[in-house]
Design a protein around this ligand. Structure first.
Ligand code: ASP
Ligand code: MG
Length: 416
């Protein structure tokens, strides 16, 4: 017998029909002899609508009241799922975040989960019942309703699984698993049976929208296996488990050498490229340029400094999220006189395409394969960044699909 947390996303609870299907899923897990705790999202589209209403009422609204409004979607689905379970003869009961409670920080709209009290739901599970917990929400130290940020039900489910010391957290949505690339772009993309937590973290952070990266980070930290699967198909999903095992020198152990060079391709269109033109070429300027940005709380992703031709001035290019582009330019322009650069350019017509794989630590030629595949497509690489298990390149946005397809083929990801 195992304890499993099942989380159902917005499409899995979008209408009464899918909700009945969810109830049958939960029952199947109980019938298999397991204990189940359920976490639910709001019906698909509902949170967006609630957010819209708060914006229309007051553009920069009181975030405590924002949380009261936007958390309500999960109240509806938690009750409906409990009702659907009761109709199958299961002793089910809903819990809102404040009722458990899910204790969070006070930062409304993006609260951090601190602690989850599980006494009451454990009791119900021990007698064969099923608790249905509203996702996305918690209780602040001041006793007010909080939400944990958009897409935060994944993280809440993982946090609950950790608190319950569950054997696994199953995240249900309308996709059947994690694919080697976006199946909407690459028609022979392959569903992965398994992927390491580290690879999943890179994939999720680099644009694969299936999972909230925060949930993967939490699962990795607590060594909790998670599974991504569809509530609409009776198929096994993708198991996200384990971690890269290395020897004392940091080299991957034998098992991992068998790994493919590359596991998957991700892309994102969320970045903007900023170029600071003709910055004095002397020690310390890169730090000076980035200072106003870090003061403004703007995160920098990729960076290149171009070689200077005359030894006097150089260009520095970096990427940030598109949302931050205007603020970044303002912050830099304010310091233009002290920083002595000529001008700032920004370009949002870019995409970041990344190849990810644990196996790249033990295979030579991964970058070379990537760059030649792109060169063959005559796609220009603007910026490059790497980590131990990923290589990302920035390219013009219009080439995104072509780049993803070319890379998928170059690493033969359609083959098992
Ligand atoms: N309903 C919330 C959202 O749409 C939380 C979630 O589903 O993860 O952001
Ligand atoms: Mg979601």
């Amino acid at each position: 017998m195992a304890l499993i947390v099942q989380k159902f996303g917005g499409t899995s609870v979008s209408h009464l029909g899918p909700i009945r299907r969810v109830a049958r899923r939960v029952k199947a897990e109980l019938d298999a002899g397991n204990q189940v705790a359920v976490v639910v999202s709001a019906m698909a589209g509902v949170t967006d609508q609630l957010v819209g209403w708060t914006r229309d009422m007051a553009p920069n609204c009181d975030t405590a009241e924002y949380d009261v409004v936007v958390s309500s979607g999960e109240q509806v689905t938690s009750g409906l799922v409990a009702l659907a379970l009761q109709r199958l003869g299961i002793d089910a009961r809903s819990w809102l975040g404040w009722q458990l409670p899910v204790r969070t920080s006070a930062s409304h709209a993006r609260a951090r989960i601190l602690e989850i009290e599980t006494g009451d739901i454990r009791q119900l599970m021990e007698t064969g019942g099923v608790p249905v917990v509203a996702g996305f929400q918690g209780l602040s130290p001041e006793g007010r309703i909080t939400t944990v940020g958009r897409g935060g039900s994944d993280t809440l489910a993982v946090a609950l699984a950790v608190a319950l010391e569950a054997a696994r957290c199953d995240l249900y949505s309308d996709v059947t698993g994690i694919f080697t690339a976006d199946p909407w772009i690459v028609n022979n993309a392959r569903k992965l049976d398994k992927i390491t937590c580290e690879e999943m973290l890179e994939l999720a952070s680099l644009g694969a929208k299936v999972l909230d990266p925060r949930s993967v980070r939490m699962a990795l930290r607590h060594r909790l296996p998670i599974q991504v699967l569809s509530s609409f198909a009776d198929l096994p999903g993708t198991l996200i488990e384990g971690t890269i095992i290395t020897d004392v020198w940091g080299m991957p152990l034998e098992d991992d050498v068998e790994h493919n060079m590359v596991t998957g391709i991700a892309y994102s269109r969320d970045d903007a490229k900023i170029t600071v033109v003709r910055v004095p070429d002397k020690p310390g300027v890169a730090a000076d340029i980035l200072a106003p940005l870090s003061e403004a709380g703007i995160n920098i992703d990729m960076i290149v400094q171009n070689v200077s031709h005359d030894g006097k001035a150089t260009d520095i290019t970096f990427t940030i999220t598109r949302e931050d582009a205007e603020r970044a330019i303002d912050a830099l322009r304010k310091e233009q006189d002290t920083l002595e650069f000529e001008k700032v350019l920004s370009d949002s017509n870019v995409a970041k395409v990344s190849v990810i794989g644990v196996g790249m630590q033990s295979h030579a030629g991964v970058a070379q394969t990537m760059f030649s595949a792109l060169a063959e497509q005559k796609i220009n690489i603007q910026v490059i960044s790497t980590s131990e298990i990923k290589i990302s390149v920035l390219i013009a946005e219009e080439h995104t699909e072509r780049a993803v397809r070319a890379l998928h083929a170059a690493y033969r990801l359609d083959e098992q």
